[in-house]
Write a protein that binds this ligand. Structure first.
Ligand code: AVJ
Length: 331
């Protein structure tokens, strides 16, 4: 049996996923990025998560938009005259359910100068679904979908002329580790002019048991979502993960706001990855792979994060329970 040395990778060109797996599973602790959750199955599972009774963020942000959508729409367009062109660029648009509320408000407030909607998402299937519903529900809205990662969205922001409203909703920012949260906000701020607005959704700190339950639902949908990552590596990279030997494990640290998800190996095992020339990865019994961060925030922390990224807080929109905040930012 040939087992590749970690420092003698196969001579074939590796896909970015294969390269990521090779690096991530060679680290301590082993880690895989949550951005690879969203293949077609993963995007469908995330749709199911958003409908779970335990998963409060989506419906809370939707409630904020329902109750305060007009004011949020106004805040987004405040720097730009009603007759001026405005591009609404959304990072991680997904099914766009919440965004449609804001787009309706912006369409109504800007007669004769419809905003252009630029939804960016890593999942082409999610984006196709979004474009199809938009054509039905908001036919007057010019839409330029972009199936790409955040990096492409940043390039889009830097090269597109005219006023912009940038949306980064759903507490997607919580997927970044703290140092990267500020870096990423700074990168979003960089191409903006004072007339532009940035709307960022932050899941707020709350009863730790409620937070943990949101990532450990009784129906097991979040577990299936996490495990789907291994299934994807089996299908796309010819890996031989035995899904029954892995356990979804979420943990929440109330002192830092770190909500993290892990895949725990139920026994000592070796996993081989075909696309890496059969490279073997050893797992000790109960060793964990880190698969996701979903950080939770406090308002002072959000203020500090914005300031560190060169942004000022223009307005904060919260639900009555203080579970979630949508924050309007500007340079
Ligand atoms: C889409 C990244 C905001 O972190 O809450 C839901 C993804 N993971 N359940 C989150 C997710 C597990 C979600 N985000």
């Amino acid at each position: 049996m040939v087992i590749n040395e970690p420092n003698s990778p196969p001579a074939i060109a590796l896909s970015s996923l294969a390269e990521h797996v090779q690096q991530g599973l060679s680290q301590t602790p082993k880690t895989l990025s949550s951005k690879y959750f969203y293949d077609e199955t993963g995007s469908q599972l995330f749709q199911q998560i958003m409908a779970l009774p335990e998963y409060y963020p989506t419906r809370t942000e939707l409630a904020i938009f329902r109750a305060q959508g007009a004011a949020i729409g106004q805040a987004l367009g405040a720097g730009t005259g009603p007759g001026e062109p405005l591009a609404v660029v959304e990072l991680g648009a997904g099914d766009g359910l919440k965004t449609k509320l804001l787009l309706r408000e912006l369409l109504a407030a800007r007669p004769g100068a419809a905003p252009t909607y630029v939804p960016v998402d890593i999942s082409p299937s999610a984006l196709e679904g979004l474009v199809a519903t938009l054509r039905q529900e908001l036919p007057a809205l010019p839409t330029e979908p972009l199936a790409a990662e955040y990096g492409a969205a940043l390039r889009e922001l830097a090269t597109r002329p005219g006023a912009k409203a940038v949306l980064f909703l759903g507490s997607n920012i919580g997927n970044f580790a703290p140092a990267e949260q500020q870096q990423f906000l700074a990168a979003l701020a960089e191409p903006l002019t004072p007339a532009d607005r940035l709307l960022v959704g932050f899941d707020l700190r709350k009863d730790p048991r409620r937070i943990r339950a949101a990532y450990d639902d009784a129906a097991g949908v979040t577990a299936a979502f996490n495990l789907n990552l291994l299934r994807r590596l089996n299908t796309e990279l010819g890996a031989d993960f035995q899904l029954a030997d892995w356990q979804h494990f979420p943990d929440y640290d109330p002192s830092t706001g770190a909500m993290r998800s892990w895949l725990v190996s139920r026994r000592a095992q070796t996993v081989r990855v075909g696309a890496l020339g059969g490279q073997a990865f050893e797992f000790a019994a109960w060793e964990a792979i880190h698969t996701e961060n979903s950080y939770k925030f406090s308002l002072p922390q959000i203020e500090a994060l914005a300031a560190g990224a060169g942004l000022r807080v223009v307005e904060v929109f919260e639900d009555g329970n203080h579970d979630f905040a949508d924050v309007v930012l500007a340079v």
